[in-house]
Ligand binder design. Structure first.
Ligand SMILES: Cc1cc2nc3c(=O)[nH]c(=O)nc-3n(C[C@H](O)[C@H](O)[C@H](O)COP(=O)(O)OP(=O)(O)OC[C@H]3O[C@@H](n4cnc5c(N)ncnc54)[C@H](O)[C@@H]3O)c2cc1C
Length: 397
């Protein structure tokens, strides 16, 4: 993005450009796509460590805790500049730094904060998020994984699904039901779990793209020490909300590997004489892209002033994911069947955009859920009817 930095922001941007110029040269070009997952992850850990040493892994945190005492705008500037490089970053790092650690820092004990913060920041601990289950996605409070107290441990049985990067994670954040006699939001407890514990079985899920980034995770008589409980017994929903608020702000979207509207227009023009309906659609998408851009400037301005943008921020992912799918579809349509089979690198971008948009429209809150959120919390429309809100979970069907 280019927008008018304040003089302080411009100075920080220059400082970051210089730092990246000195430290990220190897990522000027894309990492070889043949690189195996383990080597890619190892590069990701190394890059994270480099950033942590420079205080750039958690810009807003206090210096004595590994941060830079920086502002939200400085964090945004760093990510904008970093995105000009093909750095090995991804959810395998950010689930730890953006979801697990902020939740532990908010609800954990001083010992837990000490144990997990620094190693996560430095890329030594990678995390996964064990929340969703076959019957609990949008309705997360419906989870059925049971945790039963046994001496100093909790014994867990259940199944998680869509667990991104569980196959490489060292630790997981997890919610389980500890008291089914309470209403569904109240009988939950939040834990952290060592992913190498006996009783955890990780099974990969193969995606339409051919990749396998997420998994089913089966928990059978898994023992978690009570020392790894985050927050009070029964406070799991409150802790999970801290995680989800952070997730909805951090699931952004764009990266170098995803196409833009102007790339789509070039692609369509290369294939066909434009029809008037194509031109109309292109104009619509271009308008959406520009609208999104200016909407984000407003979010940035409010961050820059130290405000929190609130539930309206959900618009950003909602509009972006839909626009990405539409623009990718338009480019692929123009190329016809050949474009689907082509190994061409620039067409790969549109194929990737199309399939990733489908996932992005669900991850971090599905379209309909975000629309509900905007309707209820921004526009003030009446809330959904929630009939099971106050009855014991054990009586819900
Ligand atoms: C790429 C990706 C990565 C993910 N990674 C993780 C992860 O690491 N850890 C994890 O725990 N989970 C992860 N998830 C799961 C994700 O959180 C869920 O897929 C999401 O919350 C939706 O839940 P669901 O799949 O069960 O769909 P459902 O909740 O069953 O929804 C199905 C459809 O019904 C609609 N719907 C549901 N409720 C309502 C309603 N009240 N009003 C209107 N429409 C409704 C939804 O919008 C959706 O279109 C990931 C998902 C994706 C796509």
């Amino acid at each position: 993005m280019d927008f008018n930095d304040s003089p302080e922001e411009a100075a920080f941007r220059l400082q970051i450009r210089n730092w990246l110029g000195a430290n990220a040269q190897e990522f000027k070009r894309p990492i070889d796509p043949e690189t195996d997952v383990q080597s890619y992850i190892a590069k990701g850990r190394e890059w994270q460590k480099k950033k942590a040493k420079a205080g750039l892994a958690a810009i807003r945190w206090p210096k004595e805790e590994g941060g830079l005492d920086g502002t939200p705008m400085q964090e945004v500037i760093f990510h904008e500049e970093e995105s000009h490089y093909h750095v090995p970053v991804g959810p395998f790092v950010t689930i730890g730094t953006h979801l697990a650690v902020p939740t532990i820092r908010r609800h954990g004990t001083p010992e837990q904060i000490e144990q997990f913060t620094r190693p996560t920041l430095e890329g030594d601990l990678l995390w996964c998020q064990l929340f969703s289950e076959p019957s609990a996605g949008s309705d997360l409070a419906n989870i059925r994984t049971r945790a039963v107290r046994d001496g100093d441990d909790w014994v867990l049985n259940g199944q998680k699904v869509w667990t991104s990067w569980a196959h490489v994670a060292d630790w997981g954040i997890l919610i389980a039901r500890t008291d089914p006699s309470l209403p569904k939001h109240k009988g939950l407890t939040y834990f952290v779990v060592d992913m190498r514990s006996p009783g955890i079985e990780v099974r990969p899920i193969r995606q339409i793209s051919g990749e396998s980034e997420f998994n089913e995770v089966f928990l059978t008589d898994l023992r978690i020490p009570d020392a790894n409980r985050i927050g009070a017994v029964g406070d799991g929903w409150k802790c999970a909300m801290t995680t989800l608020m952070n997730e909805r702000v951090s699931v952004g979207g764009e990266s170098q590997s995803l196409p833009t509207v102007s790339e789509m227009i070039t692609e369509v023009r290369a294939h066909s004489a434009e029809r008037s309906e194509d031109r109309f659609r292109m104009a619509q998408l271009l308008t959406q892209e520009m609208g999104l851009r200016y909407f984000r400037f407003r979010l940035l301005t409010s961050l820059s002033k130290g405000e929190t943008p609130g539930p309206i921020a959900a618009m950003s992912k909602l509009v972006y994911a839909n626009m990405l799918q539409d623009l990718s579809a338009m480019a692929l349509d123009a190329g016809g069947v050949d474009s689907l089979c082509s190994q061409d690198n620039h067409l790969h971008k549109f194929k990737h955009g199309y399939t990733w948009a489908a996932a992005l429209r669900i991850a971090g809150g599905a379209d309909e859920i975000l629309r509900n959120q905007i309707a209820e919390r921004v526009l003030g429309l009446p809330g959904e009817i929630r009939v099971d809100k106050d009855i014991p979970f054990s009586e819900c069907r």
